[in-house]
Write a protein that binds this ligand. Sequence first.
Ligand code: KIV
Ligand code: ZN
Length: 527
Amino acid sequence: MATIKIFDTSLRDGEQSPGFSMTLGQKLRVARALAELRVDIIEAGFPAASPGDFEAVKAVASEVQGPTIAALCRTVPRDIERSAAALEPAAHRRIHTFIATSPIHRQQKLQMSREQVLQSAVAGVSLARTFLDDIEFSAEDGIRTERDYLADVLQAVIEAGATTVNIPDTVGYSTPQEMLELFSWLRETVPGIENVTMSTHCHDDLGLAVANSLAAVEGGARQIECTLNGIGERAGNCALEEVVMALRTRADRYGFETNIDTRRLHNASHLLAAVTGNFVPRNKAVVGENAFAHESGIHQHGVLASRETYEIMKPEDVGVLNSQLILGKHSGKAAVIDRAKDMGFELEAHEIAGIMERFKELADRKKRVFDSDLEAIITGNQAHTAGPWSLQWLSVVSRVSGEEDPTASLTLAHENGDTATQTGEGDGPVDAIVKSLESITGMDITVLSLAMRSISLGEDAQGEASMRAMVDGVQYSGHGLSTDIVAACAEALLEIVNRASRHAERVAERGAEAPAEAKSPRRSNAA
Ligand code: KIV
Ligand code: ZN
């Protein structure tokens, strides 16, 4: 079977969308998980967008082995040079340069003629080839581009040295039939296209990104651009876990394989969720909690008789483990590390102490620690945004009736050695915690959403709080984990405060250096 290349853009297209930004450490953690997943290409960022983005691409290029590391850039010389410089340390590297080709983008956004766009594309690819041999060109909004002109642009960039040509559905407008026809037509029409890789990059505005990517494969695409959990601009991109499992489960129809180690899909997806503070929806295909749960009697009966009655994939093939009960308070470090390894987590030396501390705390409070508890501790620990503030003490009084409002007293320690204690009153306990945090940090915090879920079974189950809040006009997300749900909310809020502090530092560090177009629309939100 021929192989479809999996190009992951979680760290670029995913990270640039509101609510999904990551710190450098978090990007490295996700990049390592992507390498363990064995994606073929990791698009690590957009180096010309800011010094922080440049450093992140460089760090991934230096520290992550295995996949090709790609960097995105416009077709302008400065962008291409920044990409080449950031990619320098990588063993395998790719410059990915793009320009919009559709009439609406040419006229309204770029104010360039067809000829100017074509020349810029060719100049960009030619310059990129002076640095590297592996060059991808994307015709942004390719789907809405006049066919003959798109074919001309692709032919010209192939002649200039592009080795992959990507035809994105930038606005998620296409349909599967249209994708099949367009890719088949391009494959038959563009001279030289048989010598390069055709790639697809679909957005999910109409919920068709996975279906469109599969249709592009049927039309001749041999690279799929996608992201973990389908994160990305607006409604997101094609979800990696879904498209990979569709190709695998329906190999009878598509006849392709990928290099992905599918047993790592579940962990990679949940790590990304924890890092960005966005839960994987319960009913999410492949990696959601309900993906292999059977509730109705008829379904349970069928599955007990034969799993294939209602399951088209095996849970273990995507890394969902069957075993439930694991460890207790007498379990030591070796047992925890071993169990984590069975679950697909290779713990790094520096994270073991933090994980063991959380594990012991939990095992003291809870009789039984489940796989899902351990997973939440590990991913929470890996995702944790190190920030200037830590919670030292918390006391909350909740009231159902009476005149007085709920109160929250808390003490925070700052990394500079200071501590501060404040008591706040609010409409509810979470609001009271917000008021105390506002008094200590001077930030203006508005909670936008709060979701709670139980991590495992029993009265003593851990609760996970996932929160989104606006801090000084910017959106952030945070998550917290505790057997006490109010404490879980406090942890989530603290993570938000820490993200806001780190973001303020990064904004200060990103000077006026970045080009306006690369910076502004992509960076209006954080966290
Ligand atoms: O959606 C898009 O067109 C993109 C390109 C820059 C590849 O993300
Ligand atoms: Zn995109």
